[in-house]
Every structure is written in structure tokens, then in C-alpha cells.
Design a protein around this ligand. Structure first.
Ligand code: PLP
Length: 406
């Protein structure tokens, strides 16, 4: 008899965004004349940079010629892209990495989810709360989260990030093996300074833990003292894997490209204490289960680092960050308390006293036709907040804030 992975039924079946979509569709059916503005799902609205589009066209032409067409790509990515990544994202920040420490992929969601393949199901896991749900759900699928009672997983160490601690999660007082950190943070839009991040690297060095550092929103950092990469912290190559994505940086949500850095200095252990390089294990995993990112897509990603590409991408990021400023200042003027929105495209808005995340979601939808994301969907510590994103169009962003002021 075929048996299922019994961790799957433990997951709640309603994923946050499908619940939101259901509510929005119900509202639309009942109010077809109303114009709904979405500040909800973190998807981009601005087109790809012209330099990226040109690179894709050129790559398509190459694929149409026998002499230049490419078949299977190297599983870990073409050298041209890996070199551009290293030069621009790391060397320019004083970080030294080799090309074989970069693994190009179809995005950070797959990699943050798949990384668990090379790690034991018995590892203990710490995640910040609220959190990007993929870390939690993929660990639950692997059986690392234990059982779920009232929305809390028995084997997960939750690290609340709330106004009371300045959104700085506490260092656990017990030993944990895997720690997920996402900075700039989705959903709170907050960041850690170098000093704060160093505490985590020191903890991981001391406890032989692994930090899974998601830097998908690195490009949105505006303040000088905020680290763009965990490898800016001394010792981090011994304890951290870093995930990057072109999705928000360059509007690749529908193109699909990201990369993961697994330094060769990073070691993990078997039950006897024997040491293994995670780089070799991840390489083995990827070459077995992943067949490379499309050539056209990798050429597109390479163009993100061209002089014109950089300029064009900066303009789009600035456009989104201006939206963030409009939302944040608009909400502040209306008397709301909000966080984030300075180094990240997310604004974490405190709901008025006594109103839950979902109640505030309903109020914004029904009274102003604005869609946000209820904070509680990202974890228990997200209750009392909603997330708004800066990825809308300028007109919609302005209109949304004006509606809330009416
Ligand atoms: N990591 C975080 C924190 C995200 O918010 C997202 C997307 O919303 C991703 C990863 C997924 O990125 P990708 O589109 O590269 O899969």
C-alpha cells in the first residue's frame, strides 16, 4: 500500500495568500463596480529593465542558430553569470568568494526550501516570528518541525521580532542547529546592523550551528550601516549559507532566477562528528535534482550587472522605495504606527487597538477596497499587524493612502 509523507497532513491547508484571494474574490463578486488596490502579495508591477530585455532577445537569437544554441546548462550556473555575481555582489563589498561557491537557481524559494535535503531531520530549527512561511512549512514537510498544536510547531524555536524588542530576535538560550534569518526582513521590513548580525555569527560559531541567511531584499537597503551580505561579518563563511534572488531586485518574479552561496569553509557533521563540506553536498544535491537555469534567463540576469542594467534597475528600486515612503509617511500622518519601509519594500503597520490582523484586513477591503496581508499569517507574533507592500504602481499607492484618509 502506497503511503504518504505523514508530515504533509500536519500542514494547514489554507495558505495565507489563497485565503486572501478567496476573500478578495468574494468581495469582487458582491461589488463588481469597485476598484480594488492591492498592497498585498509581494509581486512586482514594473517591467523588466530594457538592458535585461535586450539580453534576453539576443540569447533567444543565439538559441535559434545551430552554431550558438545551448543545451543543458551547467547545474550550478554559467561562469559568465557566476563571475558577474562575485564581482558585483561580493568583491565590491570586500568579500572574497570563488565561483564554485555560487549556485545559480530558479529562485530563492526553491533553494530555501530545498536546502533541507542535505541536513538531518533531527536538527533543531530556530525561526523568527513573524516569518516568510516557506522556512517553516518546508521544515514541517521534512519532519523537523514536530507536531502543530494551535498553530505552534512543537520542535521549532520561535524567535519573536516585535516592537518590544525593536524587531531584534533574541539569541536562543539553548543550542539550535539551524537558524533562519531574513534581512531586510519579509514581512516586517526591518533590518539588523552589523553588530547585531555579528551576535548571530558568533553564536553559530560557538554552537556549530548553521545560519540560513535570506538576503532576497538586499537591493532595497538605503542606510549605510546595514549589511548587504552576512559575509560582511567575520567568520560568517564558516557558518552561513546566503540566498539571493533577482525577483525583487530586477523584477524577475516571472522570469525566475536566484542564487545560493555555499562557502567551501562551511562544515557540517554526521552523527559520529565526522566533518563534511556543505558545498560538496549541495553540489551533489543540485546536480542530481536540478538541471540548471535556462541560458536565456542567465543572460538576462547577467545584464542586471551591466552598466545600463544597474542604472535601470536602480531607477525601478528607487520607484518602489518612493512608494514605500508615500505609504509610510501617509500612514504616519493618519496616526498609524508603522515599521520598515526604509531598507525594504515592506511596511509593517500596527492595527488600531483591539483590532486583529484579519479584522483590519476586512476593514481595509470593505471600506477602502485596499488589500493588505494580515500579519498573523506570518506567525503568532504578527497578530496586531498588517503588511503593506511598495510594489504597486505610483498612482495606486497614492490613491490607496488618499482613500485611507477619507
Ligand atoms: N525569500 C523571501 C524572504 C521572499 O519574500 C521571497 C518572495 O517573496 C522569496 C525568498 C522568493 O524569491 P524567489 O522569487 O527568488 O523564489
Amino acid at each position: 500500500m502506497i503511503q504518504i509523507n505523514e508530515n504533509f497532513p500536519k500542514l494547514s491547508d489554507s495558505y495565507l495568500f489563497s485565503e486572501i484571494a478567496k476573500k478578495v474574490n468574494r468581495y469582487k463578486e458582491a461589488n463588481p463596480e469597485r476598484n480594488i488596490i492591492s498592497l498585498g502579495i509581494g509581486d512586482v508591477t514594473q517591467p523588466l529593465a530594457p538592458a535585461v530585455v535586450a539580453a534576453m532577445h539576443k540569447a533567444v537569437e543565439e538559441m535559434g542558430e545551430a552554431s550558438t544554441m545551448r543545451g543543458y546548462a551547467p547545474e550550478s550556473g554559467y561562469l559568465f553569470l557566476k563571475e558577474a555575481i562575485i564581482r558585483n555582489d561580493f568583491h565590491q563589498r570586500g568579500i572574497s568568494l570563488d565561483v564554485d561557491e555560487i549556485f545559480v537557481s530558479d529562485g530563492a524559494k526553491s533553494d530555501t526550501g530545498n536546502i533541507g535535503d542535505v541536513l538531518d531531520a533531527g536538527n533543531t530549527v530556530a525561526i523568527t516570528d513573524p516569518v516568510y512561511p516557506v522556512y517553516l512549512d518546508t521544515n514541517a514537510m521534512a519532519g523537523r518541525a514536530g507536531d502543530c498544536h494551535n498553530g505552534r510547531w512543537s520542535r521549532i524555536e520561535y524567535l519573536p521580532a516585535v516592537p518590544e524588542n525593536g524587531f531584534i530576535p533574541r539569541i536562543p538560550d539553548r543550542k539550535v542547529d539551524m537558524i533562519y534569518l531574513c534581512y531586510p526582513n519579509n514581512p516586517t521590513g526591518t533590518t539588523l546592523t552589523r553588530e547585531q548580525l555579528k551576535h548571530w555569527v558568533d553564536y553559530a560559531l560557538e554552537n556549530k550551528s548553521l545560519i540560513l541567511f535570506d538576503a532576497a531584499y538586499e537591493a532595497f537597503i538605503t542606510q549605510e550601516d546595514i549589511p548587504h551580505s552576512i559575509y560582511e561579518i567575520e567568520g560568517a563563511t564558516q557558518v552561513a549559507i546566503e540566498f539571493r534572488s533577482f525577483s525583487k531586485t530586477a523584477g524577475f518574479t516571472g522570469v525566475r532566477c536566484g542564487y545560493t552561496v555555499v562557502p567551501k569553509a562551511l562544515k557540517a557533521f554526521d552523527k559520529t562528528g565526522k566533518e563534511y563540506a556543505l558545498n560538496a553536498l549541495w553540489n551533489r544535491r543540485q546536480s542530481t535534482k536540478f538541471n540548471g537555469t535556462a541560458y536565456i534567463v542567465q543572460r538576462a540576469a547577467e545584464a542586471v550587472y551591466s552598466p545600463e542594467g544597474k542604472k535601470q534597475i536602480r531607477q525601478t528600486i528607487d520607484y518602489y522605495m518612493e512608494n514605500a515612503r508615500i505609504i509610510k509617511e501617509g500612514l504616519n500622518a493618519l496616526g498609524y504606527t508603522s515599521y520598515g519601509g526604509v531598507n525594504a519594500p515592506y511596511i509593517w503597520v500596527q492595527t488600531p487597538a483591539g483590532i486583529s490582523s484579519w479584522e483590519f484586513f476586512d476593514k481595509l477591503l470593505n471600506e477602502y477596497q485596499i488589500v493588505c496581508t494580515p500579519g498573523v499569517g506570518f506567525g503568532a507574533s504578527g497578530e496586531g499587524f498588517v503588511r503593506m507592500t511598495a510594489f504597486g504602481t505610483r498612482d495606486n499607492t497614492i490613491e490607496a493612502i488618499q482613500r485611507m484618509g477619507r
